[in-house]
Design a protein around this ligand. Structure first.
Ligand code: SF4
Length: 365
């Protein structure tokens, strides 16, 4: 493997830079310029160093290096695929479920994922952060809704804020009596682990609310030694972590890759939480799998790793109707199509074990 050394380099943001560093082909440049004019591009030195330029199917490159396929939108794809706008009562807030809100503080990220469900909303060309008025309006909204127990800082990536600003925001939220949980969704520990400084960790800890951090990573190789150290710094400080991954064709859509990813999370003391089915974001069809394939992968995963390593496979229902678990079911009624033959009337259920074998419940006396 001939990975490039970009230790001292800056984040790559232009297709010409990707070509110059051997991460994209010069022949593709005209198309990549068109993609970059529409969707933000950023590849940090830490991520660039993970890419094998000699591998046309590199699973890290597929996540971050733009592709001409992004210029092709499929029917059903949508600029707001999970319906954030339909549930945004004030700027910066998405209130989809009664007891929690998304609080979108910034519109920038350390890296830009080619499958991003908010790709029409994030990037340097978009508003970079909430204005002071909008921030205060969002806080007022949270204060006025006593049912809000959990505030999820997302974006954009909230860990792109300075520790000082993040600390102020955490304190503002924790001062609201009914806010008990502040959850931070981030890709920074893998994309730019040096940002997880002692000051950043201190900013995340706050009196009056519990902080949780949800790490977005999709391939075990993203959990480098530096990324693991960044996560350990937060966990050792008392901040529990969960994971979020997206099921992506050519990245993690085989059981060995998923198994390695989930084991890596657990080794880092990060509980696998969600495996998202790819959202219908424009120009991302080449990275999506089918739901049937996702379900089969979840069955295969259950046969190989413990419950600690099992994420929930979820689909965000287009239109803003929220998440639905879409993993396979292991229990069925006796007369359902699962399994062979008829069961005695007193045997009401069939249940499938981790090897795929079907059993009766209650067992035949
Ligand atoms: S880090 Fe999250 S918000 Fe940013 S580009 Fe990736 S998926 Fe989108």
């Amino acid at each position: 493997m001939s990975r490039i050394n970009l230790k001292s380099a800056a984040t790559l943001r232009e297709p010409t830079e990707l070509v110059a560093h051997g991460l994209a082909s010069a022949a593709d440049l005209p198309d990549l310029e068109k993609v970059a004019a529409r969707y933000a591009v950023a590849v940090t030195p830490d991520i660039a160093a993970l890419i094998d330029p000699g591998d046309p199917d590199d699973p890290i490159a597929r996540q971050f290096i733009p592709s001409a396929e992004e210029l092709v939108a499929q029917p059903g794809e949508n600029a707001d695929p999970i319906g954030d706008h339909a549930h945004s009562p004030v700027a910066g807030i998405v209130h989809r479920y009664p007891d929690r809100v998304l609080f979108k503080l910034v519109h920038v990220c350390a890296v830009y994922c080619r499958f991003c469900f908010r790709r029409e909303m994030v990037g340097p060309g978009k508003a970079t952060a909430l204005s002071s008025n909008a921030y205060n309006g969002a806080l007022d909204y949270i204060r006025a809704h006593s049912e809000i127990w959990e505030v999820i800082l997302t974006g954009g990536d909230p860990l792109m804020l300075s520790p000082r600003r993040l600390g102020e925001i955490m304190a503002d939220l924790a001062a609201i009596d009914h806010v008990k949980i502040i959850r931070i969704h981030t890709r920074v520990p893998v994309a730019d682990p040096a940002r997880i400084s002692a000051e950043m960790v201190a900013a995340l800890k706050v009196e009056g609310a519990a902080t949780w951090v949800a790490l977005h990573a999709n391939h075990a190789r993203e959990l480098t030694r530096k990324a693991r150290a960044a996560c350990a710094a937060m966990i050792d400080a008392g901040i529990p972590m969960v994971s979020q991954s997206v099921l992506l064709r050519g990245v993690n859509d085989n059981v060995a890759a998923l198994e390695a990813l989930m084991r890596a999370f657990v080794e880092c003391r990060i509980k696998p939480y969600y495996l998202h089915h790819g959202d219908l974001a424009p120009g991302t069809a080449h990275l999506r799998t089918t739901l049937e394939h996702g379900q089969q992968l979840m069955r295969d995963l259950r046969g190989r790793v413990s419950g600690l390593c099992q994420p929930d496979y979820v689909l965000d229902i287009p239109g803003g109707y929220g998440k639905a678990p879409v993993g396979p079911s292991y229990l069925s009624q006796a007369n359902s199509p699962l399994g062979e033959g008829e069961l005695e009337p007193e045997t009401r259920y069939r249940v499938v074990d981790y090897c795929g074998d079907v059993h009766r419940y209650p067992p035949k006396p």
